[in-house]
Design a protein. Structure first.
Length: 425
């Protein structure tokens, strides 16, 4: 096997996230984590793989379960699968641990789907998301949508649309499916061989983009007209809540999300900056039956997932969230050799400063160039003469002036300088 074969490249549909670009990931996840904290959500970490049955609950008829699952037998003969999405694992954890409801959690985690890779569609993608279990108040739907919607705004995205729909409760859906099926059968000629597919999963083809079906789909009855009183009232309250918070949204009666677990409110965030085929930068909805299906007590649930890679593509298109500069407080230049520089660097880092130095063996001149390139605020040089007097040379790399600072006070001095700068910003 030769070393230049594809085996030593990241598998198709996966990507390495490396510095400096990874700093944007840090910023994105930190922004989301902070929002989640402000909204009262706690971090949840579930295993990367689960028993296959956990994910089968998200929908036997969906492509994700039927075609795209990374499932395998482990050495003990268990049938396992890599997580294709976040909700199933979180609901499984809820059913298993039975925490006090309402239970509000957030996550940042990779998901795996054996899809045909293209820009914005990967075999491993990351989502930040939240789930709330144990509260069916429409105000929770509004809170969850507000958490997501403000996230896009907080990172600077302006061209994100919010589409909202209601899948209704079981009663609503049963009534609707009857009339929808009758509509398909009346137009069996248009659907041809796909009638069977439409019959097996009548909702799924509703948001099909196939040209020859558009008239048929435009004329199809809409779920909104068949909502039970309870579903209709809930949905109206959600819309009123969104309006009260000043969150713009569009009703999307044909919005069908890709999992069978949804009941009631569903929503999707799309970006005009992405190709139409994968323009969703996030989505979610209510799933009031899932906890019970996972062996838990009947518990309503709602949540969303936001695709990090797609958000970053949208950020590039809108020229927002630039790679944050790597901020060093100090860069050590060693003109004495020995362990002095290592000790000073260690002291500074332990004191809370961001500090680094050049690779060993570089000339002093090269070390100063590295200090300039590093973007550090101060260069700190250990020089034989100054060190003999117990001092180091501190150079302000932005202004160019330099001074002597006592060796045993330099960390404190730099901390004060860094704090002063924070305050002055
Ligand atoms: P989803 O719509 O399948 O929902 O995924 C959420 C988001 O993840 C999408 O809007 C998209 O931004 C991103 N995404 C999905 N698949 C890929 C892919 N192959 N490559 C890149 N990005 C992708 C869920 O996963 C649900 N668990 C959301 C949810 C939470 N519903 C209720 N709670």
């Amino acid at each position: 096997m030769s070393a230049d074969r594809d085996v030593f490249r990241a598998p198709i549909g996966t990507r390495d996230v490396l510095p400096p670009d990874s700093a944007r990931w840090e910023a994105l996840i930190a922004t989301f984590a902070d929002r989640a904290r402000r909204f009262g959500y706690g971090l949840t970490i579930t295993p990367l793989f689960e028993h296959l049955e956990v994910f089968q609950r998200i929908g036997d008829s969906t492509d994700i379960v039927r075609k795209e699952m990374y499932d395998f037998d482990d050495k003990g003969g268990r049938r396992l699968a890599l997580r294709p999405e976040g909700t199933a694992s979180v609901v499984r954890a809820f059913a298993q641990h039975r925490p006090t409801a309402p239970w509000k959690v957030w996550y940042a985690a990779p998901n795996f789907r054996y899809e045909r890779p293209q820009k914005g569609r990967y075999r491993q993608h990351w989502q930040v998301g939240v789930e709330v279990l144990g509260d069916d108040d429409p105000a929770v739907d509004v809170e969850v949508v507000a958490l997501a919607s403000g996230f896009y705004r907080e990172i600077g995205l302006r061209e994100v649309r919010l589409l909202v729909n209601s899948m209704g409760d079981e009663e609503s859906r049963a009534r609707y499916l009857e009339v929808l099926l009758a509509h398909y059968r009346r137009h069996a000629g248009v659907l041809g061989d796909d009638l069977a597919r439409a019959e097996a999963n009548p909702l799924r083809i509703l948001d099909s983009k196939r040209e020859e079906w558009q008239d048929l789909l435009d004329a199809a009855p809409q779920l909104g007209e068949y909502l039970s009183d309870a579903s209709a009232t809930h949905f109206e309250q959600v819309q009123a809540g969104l309006r009260a918070l000043g969150i713009d949204f569009e009703l999307a009666p044909r919005l069908v999300r890709g999992f069978d677990y949804y009941t009631g409110t569903t929503f999707e965030f799309t970006s005009a900056a992405l190709d139409a085929a994968q323009d969703a930068v996030g989505g979610g909805g209510r799933y009031d039956r899932l906890a019970e299906e996972m062996g838990g007590p009947p518990t309503p649930g709602i949540g969303f997932g936001i695709g990090i890679e797609r958000v970053l593509i949208a950020c590039d298109a809108e020229a927002v969230l630039p790679v944050p500069a790597h901020r060093l407080d100090a860069f050590v230049v060693d003109a004495v050799g020995g362990a002095e520089a290592l000790v000073l660097l260690h002291e500074m880092r332990e004191a809370g400063l961001a500090a680094d130095r050049a690779a060993t063996g570089r000339s002093v001149k090269k070390q100063w160039s590295a200090a300039d390139r590093s973007g550090a605020r101060f260069g700190v040089m250990l020089a034989p003469r100054e060190l003999e007097h117990g001092s180091v040379v501190v150079k302000d790399l932005r202004r160019g002036d330099q001074r002597e600072v006592r060796r045993d006070e330099v960390a404190v001095w730099l901390l004060a300088a860094a704090a002063g700068e924070e305050g002055g910003r």
